[in-house]
Ligand binder design. Structure first.
Ligand code: MLT
Length: 208
């Protein structure tokens, strides 16, 4: 089912299948993607779960993103924070509207989508029950660590990522760990694109 702009984000929603897990996967695409991109990944990672997949509201040369950037890897933090709040509001109201308030919400973000998912963890620490971040950077450096006690987070980084350095992955891991999150890191041997090992690691992590 595709619905319109009533929640201020164009999005795709797939209802849970009967007997499926009480989990909503929040799917957050990369730069230039849209709400359709991660649906097959969500279906593969947790069959039967509800899928909520918004489209980023910012356009960069026509390419949807979840927040503005000033250059590659240099974020417009004011816009990031504004868009993070809007996304949190959307997720809460969509969960109510679709009757899924009791579901755990797990974010699955790739690249730009992983960065706003990390920002959601830092700014709205009670919204998500967990997150899988494929190729994230550090969205911003919080002054005071949020309380993410026991929130599980999978960082799926890549050894030869042209965009994200291993130092950024370590820094994000340290920020989340300092906030109490249970961080696991998976290292893909290749670059920024996802590999089948990333999907397998995410499936294993979700199964636990
Ligand atoms: C970003 O948020 O800008 C990314 O991590 C890199 C990208 O989307 O290309």
């Amino acid at each position: 089912m595709t619905t319109g702009a009533q929640f201020e984000f164009i999005h795709r929603f797939e209802p849970p299948k009967p007997g499926g897990p009480k989990v909503t996967l929040l799917l957050l695409h990369g730069t230039g993607g849209d709400e359709e991109d991660l649906i097959p990944l969500g279906e593969q990672l947790l069959p039967g779960a509800a899928l909520l997949s918004p489209r980023g509201r910012v356009l960069e040369h026509g390419m949807p993103r979840f927040f503005r950037r000033l250059a590659e890897g240099v974020f417009d933090v004011a816009d990031l924070k504004l868009q993070t709040d809007a996304l949190a509001q959307f997720v809460s109201s969509a969960s109510r509207e679709y009757g899924l308030e009791d579901n755990q919400i797990i974010a699955i973000g790739y690249s730009n989508g992983a960065n706003i998912a990390a920002s959601l963890l830092l700014m709205h620490p009670t919204l998500l029950s967990g997150a899988i971040l494929f190729r994230p950077m550090v969205p911003f450096r919080p002054q005071v660590p949020p309380d993410l006690r026991d929130v599980p987070v999978l960082l799926a980084a890549a050894r030869r990522d042209q965009i994200v350095s291993p130092e950024l992955t370590s820094e994000l891991s340290a920020i989340l760990t300092a906030a109490g999150a249970r961080v696991t890191t998976h290292w893909h041997p290749g670059g920024h694109e996802l590999g089948s090992d990333d999907v397998a690691a995410a499936k294993d992590w979700l199964a636990k």
